[in-house]
Design a protein around this ligand. Structure first.
Ligand SMILES: C[S@@+](CC[C@H](N)C(=O)[O-])C[C@H]1O[C@@H](n2cnc3c(N)ncnc32)[C@H](O)[C@@H]1O
Length: 344
């Protein structure tokens, strides 16, 4: 790449980074919701509806109008265009993207510790979720696609879940995948597990509010030791690459299966082979890997240290080492995700 092109690229990235920081403010301060619910608004109106200072609100509105994220309804009055609402203001939408700004700011706060981890080879102190709170980034995908499209696209799994099957949801985080599966398949019971006790408390509350707490239970536990089966299906969603000991977890999952049961691994879709330069998606995955997923997985001396870019060959190796005889990559049409079905 020519130096002038590289310099222009860095500048463009800086514009994008600053836009994401302003999005973080918009999300945290409730600006997007206020504009979506009551817009168009003047700076004074936005400030008074959100309990913020008018001069700051004006600068934020001017930035967002300059960036093309807001329109002017009339001079001094700002409008969130209808088509921007799903992306910026509606957290239930599949297009919602403001959460990315929250995750990037959160990750940046810990970069000093990551610098140290690069030097020692260890892990940084665990991520603290406050003050933003842990974000259910995958909730729209789980509530709209997991039970409606993804699982029905896997005939053997769909058939089994259409009866009174027992399901384990390993590394379930805030529990939305467990809840979504229970809502989609009214006869199943689900056991969600995660190391994060606070996430598990929140998951139990969400199950209650969603009316499925009679069929969904949660445990704060390490999946390598906390499974009590037998399960017809063990799901591991966007988590295998995060685990320090993925083979131990897969082996425990295999041991916990009922006769003819399956382990379903859903994880980030990567290119099958490395390419240089790689696709934007793979660049994005590597970015997260460097600043977050790999450092977090380095918390054990004998960590598998997988990183976010977990290619099919790696999943196949882990599954074979865990004793699975059959490892099938499934043609579920989801562009950001890969699906693997493991069985004996
Ligand atoms: C990227 S999050 C994904 C959470 C959830 N599956 C989702 O898609 O929203 C990865 C999760 O894996 C959990 N985790 C990592 N290793 C684990 C283990 N050995 N046992 C249980 N949970 C684990 C972490 O606590 C974290 O909540």
């Amino acid at each position: 790449m020519e130096p002038t092109d590289l310099s222009a690229r860095v500048f463009q990235n800086a514009v994008g980074a600053l836009e994401l920081y302003t999005m973080y403010l918009g999300e945290r301060l409730g600006y997007y919701r206020a504009l979506a619910d009551g817009g168009p608004l003047t700076p004074a109106e936005l400030a008074s509806r959100t309990g913020t200072a008018e001069r700051y609100a004006r600068e934020w509105l001017e930035h967002h109008a300059a960036a093309g994220l807001l329109d002017m309804a009339e001079p001094g009055r700002y409008l969130l265009p209808e088509e921007h609402i799903p992306v910026l203001a509606d957290s239930s939408s599949l297009l919602f993207a403001t959460s990315m700004s929250v995750e990037l700011v959160r990750a940046a706060r810990r970069l000093g510790d990551v610098v140290d981890a690069f030097r020692t080879g260890g892990a940084p102190p665990p991520m603290t979720w406050e003050p933003e709170g842990r974000w259910p980034s995958n909730k729209p995908v789980f509530m709209n696609l997991l039970g409606q499209q993804w699982l029905p696209a896997i005939p053997d799994v769909h058939k089994r879940l259409s009866t009174s099957a027992r399901v384990a949801d390993i590394a379930c985080g805030l529990g939305w995948s467990s809840i979504a599966m229970a809502l989609a398949y009214p006869e199943i019971t689900v056991h969600g597990l995660d190391l994060d006790a606070q996430a598990i408390e929140s998951a139990a509350r969400s199950a209650d509010e969603s009316g499925v707490s009679d069929r969904v239970r949660f445990s704060a536990a390490d999946a390598a030791t906390g499974l009590d089966g037998p399960y017809d299906l063990v799901a591991i969603i966007e988590a295998l690459h995060d685990m320090s000991h993925p083979v131990a977890v897969l082996a425990a999952a295999r041991k916990s299966l009922a006769d003819g049961g399956f382990v379903l691994v859903i994880d980030e879709r990567t290119d099958p082979e490395p390419t240089m330069p790689a696709s934007q998606r793979e660049q994005y995955l590597y970015g997260w890997s460097v600043i977050s997923c790999l450092p977090d997985a380095m918390d054990a001396p004998d960590s598998a240290a997988t990183g976010t870019v977990m290619r099919p060959e790696t999943v196949r190796r882990y599954a074979a080492e865990a004793g699975f005889a059959t490892i099938e990559m499934l043609p579920v049409g989801a562009d950001k995700w890969s699906f693997y079905l493991l069985s004996d």
